[in-house]
Design a protein. Structure first.
Length: 159
């Protein structure tokens, strides 16, 4: 091996450690960005699930007249179960972690010149639950900085 080849080999060998250190330094911010993007995607997915659950619940209520059925409160309970569990029996797991029946409100109102009854289902006070809670890792993040969804509502005409 010539001197020139030896110097080139020695330089290559020394550079291997530098590349590993640079990779380690760049890997940390890249992982933070990737996990942040994944959590943001989860938040959008959960919001979409809540919107669909609200719409399904109000669609269920719109099929019944509030005065034409004997026990309209049981239909309201079914609609709340539909919004939280995805079925009218309240069986199985909740659709979105942290959602409960007390967050679901059902409102009715009449409107228009020919009177029509509108029914509205609202999910209030839902806060997104992080897989990796940023309050554990970032010192300046408080409970007020978490993602709190606005009220999610759907309104339909009742029979």
């Amino acid at each position: 091996m010539s001197i020139k080849q030896y110097k080139h080999y020695k330089l290559q060998r020394a550079a291997r450690g530098a590349v590993a250190v640079e990779f380690a330094l760049v890997l940390i911010p890249l992982l933070i960005l990737a996990l942040g993007a994944a959590e943001f995607g989860r938040a959008i997915y959960q919001y979409n699930a809540l919107v669909k659950a609200t719409r399904d619940s109000v669609r269920h209520l719109s099929q019944f007249k509030p005065t034409g059925i004997g026990n309209y409160d049981s239909v309201k309970d079914e609609a709340k179960c539909l919004a939280v569990h995805g079925n009218i029996d309240c069986a199985g797991e909740v659709l979105v972690l942290g959602l409960n029946r007390s967050m679901v409100e059902i409102n009715q109102k009449t409107a228009g010149d020919p009177q029509i009854t509108l029914v509205e289902v609202v999910i209030k006070g839902y806060t997104f639950n992080f897989l990796l809670d940023p309050r554990k890792f970032l010192p300046g993040v408080s409970s007020e900085d978490l993602i709190k969804f606005d009220d999610i509502s759907a309104t339909m005409r009742q029979l």
